[in-house]
Ligand binder design. Sequence first.
Ligand code: PLP
Length: 360
Amino acid sequence: MARPTQAVINLQHLKDNYQLAKGYSQKAYAVIKADAYGHGLLPIAQALSDADGLAVACMDEALQLRQHGINNPILVLEGGYDEEEWLAAIEHDIEMVLHHQSQLAILLTKSHFKQIKLWLKIDTGMNRLGFRLNECHDIFQQCQHADLNIKVVMSHFACADDLCHEKTLDQFQRLDEILQLQKEFWPDLILSSNNSAAIIGWPEISDHISRPGIMLYGSSPLIKKDKHDHLLKPVMTLKSQIIASHTVKAGETIGYGDSWVADKTTRVGIVAIGYGDGYPRSAPSGTPVWCQGSYLQTLGRVSMDMLCIDISEQTEINIGSEVELWGQYVNANEVASLCNTISYELFCQLTPRVKRVYKK
Ligand SMILES: Cc1ncc(COP(=O)(O)O)c(C=O)c1O
């Protein structure tokens, strides 16, 4: 029998979540960078064949999609790192983010770069990628002079996951002002601003092309629970099985560092998953798992290939019983918050040892 540790990926839930995102904008480019947030780049792209577009971080990811016959519009969020990548964008018909003067300098060297569909990225407050507000007018002018093909003006929100933060509306207003100013020279220019948190949490912000990521995978992008969260359907169910069980007496410890000490006789199940699979080592004792209809708790430190759970009350649970680490019953955000991280990181750090099983 093969190692029972699997991430079951529900592709129908993915499609349903995409339709939900699309309901809020004219178009939605599905963000599938970083191996589709750990869900598998190609199977996710293939399942989203009806998507208006796909967004990835870099040209390598875009080329992988094209080489496997993905024909949707593809956007590279970091644009090209060098001239070769900008040439590849022409060859493979890939849309590119233009966010820095050094990239513009390359684009101004050859007239055929004007074929590339460009998304001009403006820094409205994230202070990461994008042209500064005071540079924008000059950049637009240079692009117009060189007859470059700017299709979209975009920005990225820093705090949209916090529904009480005023910055999000302020960032949008700055972006919209740029659009209004440039409309005279670029009449077909459209806006892209919304990530998952803005799509779900800020319905008053309406852009032309949204860029949903985490919500496609069924995980809430918001810091606090929201009435729309329940509309998202979890896509990944991470599960494994109990491979051994035993009983410890009061005073005995479990696992590395003796970090957990039994205060009473405790039946322990050993589950075949650990940080070598990407389950976070930072998950404390008491992190929830689901097994045969009950929520149970982890005991002691997570090791590389295993973790322990308390099965004292469930006599029916034994070797071979299936354990869900997150997914349908255990919310990945709850596990993430116990580990001081976010579900994005949990999904992305799953290692190749975890078999991805795709359910249509
Ligand atoms: C530029 C850009 N747009 C959209 C997204 C999608 O964000 P989310 O996964 O929060 O929806 C990301 C993700 O990091 C991004 O970098």
